[in-house]
Design a protein around this ligand. Structure first.
Ligand SMILES: C[S@@+](CC[C@H](N)C(=O)[O-])C[C@H]1O[C@@H](n2cnc3c(N)ncnc32)[C@H](O)[C@@H]1O
Length: 256
């Protein structure tokens, strides 16, 4: 039985993640929820922008985070910029959520599978300090434990993206990282999400989306970047050169 294309090692049923899932959920999902550690270098520029926009700290929400690699990457990047994970825990807490119970159970397990492709990430941002006790699962996959402080920096829960945005404290700015999810949603959910972002986010909040979510050419007639035009300023250009996604236009917005 495989859980996802990216997570389908031969010895799957003997891994700590699979034992955790079977204990908690009684089964292993076959759904694919693609993600990866440091999937985009846009997160590096975004981390720098977050610290410069909010030097006193800010709450960071990462809905539709799949197995949690994205919020974990952000906590590692911020820890590196700030000089330690304690600052992230205290001033830049990261809240990962996803509508899928299975992926959130994996995220909550405090374990992470890295394939050959993202094993290279271990040398980045002090990652090797925070991804510990590796166990080889098969030729391509290694399972790591998250350090205790990394586990405290990122909190996970099951939630629909619209409810997650509605639950945010609207009296102060927040950062929302919602990447590669727009094309999962039906028209009603997209409309509800845009309304929640418009009505519930404080001015100066920052929204980060993926190029694919933003671009008309990729996913038809609903480019998310266009939806934001009336309520946000496009500040994608604030990401420094070399720390942007290859496609960086219209991916970072500041609420007016
Ligand atoms: C391709 S993954 C994106 C993961 C991560 N954001 C990234 O870019 O690497 C899409 C995720 O969106 C989640 N998702 C889809 N619709 C959602 C919704 N309405 N509310 C919350 N999560 C949703 C799926 O369960 C899946 O884990």
């Amino acid at each position: 039985m495989v859980m996802a294309v990216r997570f389908s090692p031969d010895g799957f049923t003997n891994t700590r993640i699979s034992r955790h899932l079977i204990e908690r959920s009684g089964s292993i999902s076959r759904d694919i929820h693609d993600t990866a550690l440091f999937r985009t270098n846009g997160l590096i520029g975004l981390g720098r922008l977050i610290v410069s926009e909010f030097p006193q700290g800010v709450r960071i929400y990462n809905p539709a985070c799949s197995y949690g690699h994205e919020p974990i990457s952000m906590a590692l990047i911020l820890s590196n910029f700030l000089g330690g994970m304690d600052y992230v825990i205290e001033k830049y807490p990261v809240f990962g959520s996803d509508r899928s119970n299975d992926v959130i159970e994996v995220a909550k397990s405090g374990l992470i599978w890295l394939t050959e492709k993202n094993l290279g990430a271990l040398k980045l941002f002090g990652t090797d300090k925070h991804l510990i006790n590796p166990v080889k699962v098969d030729d391509k996959t290694t399972e790591f434990e998250l350090s205790d402080s990394l586990k405290r920096a990122v909190v996970f829960r099951v939630n629909n993206i619209v409810d997650e945005i509605r639950s945010i404290d609207s009296s102060k700015p927040s950062v929302i990282i919602m990447r590669n999810v727009w094309y999962y949603m039906d028209g009603n959910t997209k409309d509800a999400l845009v309304r929640a972002l418009r009505d519930n986010l404080s001015p100066r909040s920052i929204l980060s989306i993926a190029y694919g979510d933003s671009s008309l050419s990729y996913y038809g007639i609903h480019p998310l970047g266009g939806y934001f035009a009336g309520i946000c300023d496009d500040i994608s250009g604030s990401l420094s050169e070399g720390e942007r996604d290859t496609f960086w236009e219209k991916t970072v917005f500041r609420k007016r």
